[in-house]
Design a protein around this ligand. Structure first.
Ligand code: TXA
Ligand code: MG
Length: 299
């Protein structure tokens, strides 16, 4: 166990068992580590990731709980993810939340998962431990086969639930199911004594990334700009003059890590932001996807 925890503390990924599916975990406070999840999965774009913690007390460091959310948290440990307001000062990587002001958190009901998070001492961002587009893994062997020994796998036997957690958004007094999962809606409704609305099909996966304005700064964005025009801030990539540079070395990892933070920062300084062209290979696809949405007409 201490080996796995040390690996996580070094900023590497570890596959671990939960009651739902195996997760591909990394330190949720370390952007470089979180980027390795996307790289390992071959996930083409950033989706917000679920943050795994040991208990409600640990969750409180990262999100705010309304009374309704407190009631729902009685299902923890268990296959329920709560999307709650992010506490901005808490130090989660912007890549985990994909720039949203909410975080999906859960306490997995698996002794090894809880032991691992506790030993690492950090919250773990973890999607299912499968290559993008493939079936979710429910045994350690599936994970090993999928990643061919590239990822250390903590073997906890087969997963008890075998489907992903139910995802609920809690906003004010309403609860909306974003993804059906291993905790039945009826059971949730019984516990809170009120109905749970159901979001449109695929909303949990699609909505944050698909909403054109979701990543949009207040400032107007001009993409593929070779230089700033008067009055524009310039977000550079590669060598040359820039207000801020995603990566002077032209490193896409560094650029991805900096993207949300730098857009936030330039938004406080300018009403128009010009952005350098970013190559489309590798993580460039995700960066361009986000930039395109950020620059899209706002309806
Ligand atoms: O059972 C599970 O939930 C597994 C295990 C490993 O815990 N994890 C899992 O993660 O299924 P993943 O990445 O495959 O699914 C996470 C889902 C995505 O559809 C994502 O859009 C949604 O959670 N999500 C995460 N944070 C969100 C947020 N702040 N707002 C809306 N949706 C969010
Ligand atoms: Mg998945």
């Amino acid at each position: 166990m201490s080996d796995f925890a040390a690996t996580l503390q070094r900023g590497e990924v570890v596959a671990f068992p939960t009651e739902t599916v195996y997760g591909l975990g990394a330190d949720a406070t370390n952007s470089d580590a979180v980027l390795k999840i996307y790289e390992t999965k071959g996930r083409p774009r950033f989706n917000p990731l679920i943050v795994h913690v040991t208990d409600v007390a640990m969750a409180r460091r990262y999100v705010s709980f309304s009374p309704l959310a407190e009631t729902l948290a009685r299902f923890w440990p268990g296959p329920l993810t709560l999307v709650l307001p992010r506490r901005p000062e808490a130090g989660l990587s912007d890549i985990v939340t994909a720039g949203l002001d909410t975080v999906g958190v859960r306490v997995p009901n698996h002794p090894l998962a809880l032991e691992l998070i506790g030993a690492a001492g950090v919250p773990l961002a973890a999607p299912s431990a499968n290559p993008s587009g493939k079936l979710s893994p429910t045994t350690a062997e599936q994970v090993r086969r999928a990643f061919g020994g590239r990822v250390p796998v903590l073997d906890g036997g087969p997963c008890m639930a075998g489907v992903e957690s139910t995802i609920l958004a809690v906003e004010g007094g309403t609860v909306t199911q974003l993804r059906a999962g291993a905790l039945a809606r009826e059971e949730i409704e019984r516990a809170i004594g009120q109905p749970v609305a159901v979001a449109a099909e695929g909303a949990a996966v699609a909505s944050p990334g698909m909403l054109a304005s979701h990543y949009a700064p207040n400032a107007a964005l001009r993409l593929n700009a070779r230089a700033a025009e008067p009055g524009e801030a310039y977000l550079g990539f590669g060598p040359g003059e820039a207000t801020l540079n995603l990566s002077a070395e032209g490193d896409l990892h560094e650029a991805a890590r900096n993207l949300f933070a730098m857009l936030h920062e330039l938004d406080t300084r300018a009403t128009r932001i010009a952005v350098a062209p970013i190559p489309r290979a590798g993580l460039g696809e995700a960066i361009n996807d986000r930039l395109k949405r950020a620059a899209a007409p706002r309806g």
